[in-house]
Design a protein around this ligand. Structure first.
Ligand code: PEP
Length: 252
């Protein structure tokens, strides 16, 4: 089963508007002509529109970093799926470990957001991953299984096919510690097995599973050589055009 790779940049709460536009334009020009992989940028939401305009006429897609489940309403501080789409987003990151751990977003809340994104045709990237303590206590697979089961609650088969997963071990995010390619592959293989149990093997074979956690120019090729790693969600190394370019242009 061949799955189209996706290299996604999560800009978190970094960059000024000018820097965001400049970086997006530079990435858009280095992506021209690329037709065998997808590229996505998730800027801070206040820069979504400007970034979308900068990448227009290029293959680069734009994403939100979170989304509310309602189209509008009294939800101070939230952004609706309709608003994200108005600003040019096609995708949205959900359940990032910083949302789960700093802002205490539960699996139930992440699921609510995921259902909302799907209802309004935004493609969700559902982030899952264990903490260092959970890994050391050999809880990794149990944690991933629970995050997937709760994250996909009430998601029908047809919608589940549209979701991407990002396996991001919390201990590897922004720490410079990357999971080894074997650790990442084992987790991705396990995730595919869980999806097969929740839905069916055909769906599990189709869903793209990204790896995230200190992905850099010097480890992307070996990670992408693993059979169940279908792309990367990149934080720090997505903030400079040189390193992100190299990651986009990975070779297996
Ligand atoms: C992330 O923000 O999802 C991430 C993986 O960050 P970093 O690449 O900096 O570890």
């Amino acid at each position: 089963m061949s799955r189209r790779p996706l290299i996604a940049g999560n800009w978190k709460m970094y960059l000024t508007k000018d820097e965001a536009v400049q970086l997006a334009s530079s990435i858009a020009s280095s992506c021209r002509g690329i037709d065998d992989r997808d590229v996505m940028l998730a800027p801070p939401s206040i820069f979504l529109q400007a970034v979308s305009e900068s990448v227009r006429d290029s293959p680069v897609m734009v994403a939100g970093q979170n989304v509310c489940w309602e189209s509008e309403g009294a939800f101070t501080g939230e952004i609706s799926p309709v608003m994200l789409k108005n600003a040019g987003a096609a995708m949205v990151i959900l359940g990032h470990s910083e949302r789960r751990h700093i802002f205490h977003e539960s699996d139930e809340l992440v699921n609510k957001r995921l259902l909302g994104a799907l209802r309004f045709d935004l493609i969700p990237i559902l982030c899952i991953g264990e903490t260092l303590d959970q890994r050391e206590e050999e809880q990794t697979f149990a944690v991933l299984e629970q995050q997937l089961a709760k994250g996909f609650a009430d998601v029908c088969l047809e919608d589940a096919e549209k979701v991407l997963i990002a396996y991001e071990p919390v201990w590897a995010i922004g720490t410079g510690k990357t999971a080894t390619r074997e650790q990442a592959q084992d987790a991705h293989y396990f995730v595919r097995g869980v999806l097969s149990g929740l839905y069916e093997k055909k769906l599990a074979d189709k869903v793209r599973i990204l790896y995230g956690g200190s992905v850099k120019p010097d480890n992307i090729d070996s990670l992408m050589a693993e059979p169940d790693i279908d792309g990367a969600l990149v934080g720090g190394a997505a903030l400079q055009s040189e390193s992100f370019d190299r990651i986009i242009h990975f070779s297996k």
